[in-house]
Design a protein around this ligand. Structure first.
Ligand code: FES
Length: 100
């Protein structure tokens, strides 16, 4: 579990963080909409903190254009059907809590 101040994020921010041996990508869409996913694409491993584009609640890997749902990690369309791992993010007062 990791706790980060909510004020560290502006709407539209994406940030890669290391938790234990994992690299997570945190995406903030404004209000209380935070998402956390593996930063490595489950297709061929591109770094989504560099090649990921967010469109509404989808993360698109620009390596081979797979669209992943930020809500449940499902591969909606593209080069793979493998889902991306998502992590639960809760907002507690001034902090966000990411469960790994
Ligand atoms: S590495 Fe991400 S879609 Fe292929």
């Amino acid at each position: 579990m990791i706790r980060i101040p909510k004020s560290d994020f502006k709407p539209g921010d994406r940030r890669k963080i290391k938790v234990n041996d994992k690299e997570l990508l945190i995406i903030y869409l404004g209000a209380d909409k935070f998402y956390a996913v593996d930063s490595k694409c489950p297709h061929l491993g591109c770094d989504l903190s560099k090649v990921g584009v967010v469109i509404r609640e989808e993360l698109v890997c620009q390596c081979h254009f797979t669209h992943f749902s930020l809500v449940d990690g499902k591969a909606i369309k593209g080069a793979t059907k493998k889902p991306i791992k998502t992590y639960k993010v809760t907002v507690e007062k001034e902090d966000i809590i990411i469960e790994d």
